[in-house]
Design a protein around this ligand. Structure first.
Ligand code: FAD
Length: 221
């Protein structure tokens, strides 16, 4: 039997964590990302003379599973501890880290080995008899459209910038167990929460379809 397969929409921290979990469990995967690089709201912009992080500035690490991923990134030189002089009480934030040399070093590192298609904005999902079909916006005549002047300035307006009230559960799965949703909005407005959400849904899915010790595919749904 063929290995189970999945498509992940978004090469952000939650998407990457989910995809890595499934990939480690032997799933065939493809990640679709509308932008040209991984990271989502972890983003670094480069100019000739400088670069700056215009999304998340740092991240905290509290949970062991995120710690494991960050330790791998540290050994590869992609993240560093950050020890700011903040007022007392801020220890609650957990260990603080930054990407090195920029925040986007973290998603770039964590996404290594994944099959990611960039520039693919998924606009529709269709359930077919063979599974899900993803439709993207290429060919829809939108890409070449000239934008009004004001949108061509260097301002970056983040959409869905900050979660105000999180769902309170690590992810959502539909009844069939075939369609799932994850992201920081599930747990908290933090980089670590996005990772934990993606990791949790990847783990849950990989436990529904797995290869047993004799090499047979099992479906426990
Ligand atoms: C300005 C700012 C500062 C922040 N500062 C901090 C901070 O200091 N510390 C901290 O821990 N957190 C911070 N955050 C929050 C943190 O960035 C987020 O919690 C985390 O990055 C969210 O990750 P995510 O995986 O949930 O989704 P996102 O990072 O939002 O990623 C969504 C991804 O999906 C892609 N996508 C969406 N729709 C489609 C589609 N239809 N087809 C294909 N691809 C699609 C997007 O291009 C994007 O890559 C900050 C956020 C902002 C905006």
């Amino acid at each position: 039997m063929n290995p189970p397969s999945a498509a992940v929409i978004g090469a952000d921290l939650s998407g990457i964590a989910c995809a890595q979990r499934l990939s480690a469990a032997g799933w065939q995967l493809r990640v679709f990302e509308s932008q040209r690089a991984p990271g989502g709201r972890i983003a670094t912009r480069r100019f000739e003379a400088a670069s700056f992080d215009h999304g998340a500035q740092y991240f905290s690490v509290r949970e062991p599973s995120f710690h494991v991923a960050i330790e791998r990134a540290r050994l590869a030189g992609m993240v560093e501890r950050w020890r700011p002089c903040w007022p007392r009480g801020d220890q609650e934030r957990g260990e603080l880290w930054v990407g090195s040399p920029g925040m986007n070093a973290l998603p770039r590192f964590l996404s290594k080995g994944l099959d990611i298609e960039y520039g693919a904005r998924i606009t529709r999902l269709e359930r077919t008899r063979k599974g899900w079909m993803l439709i993207d916006d290429r060919g829809a005549g939108q890409l070449g459209r000239k934008l009004p002047e004001i949108m061509l300035s260097d301002t970056h307006l983040w959409r869905h910038a900050r979660v105000e009230t999180a769902l309170g559960e690590p992810f959502l799965l539909d009844q069939s167990g075939d369609l799932g949703f994850c992201g920081d909005w599930c747990l908290d407005a933090r980089v670590e929460a996005a990772f934990l959400s993606g990791d949790a849904i990847g783990k849950a899915l990989s436990e529904t379809r797995y290869t047993d010790s004799s090499g047979k595919m099992r479906d426990s749904r």
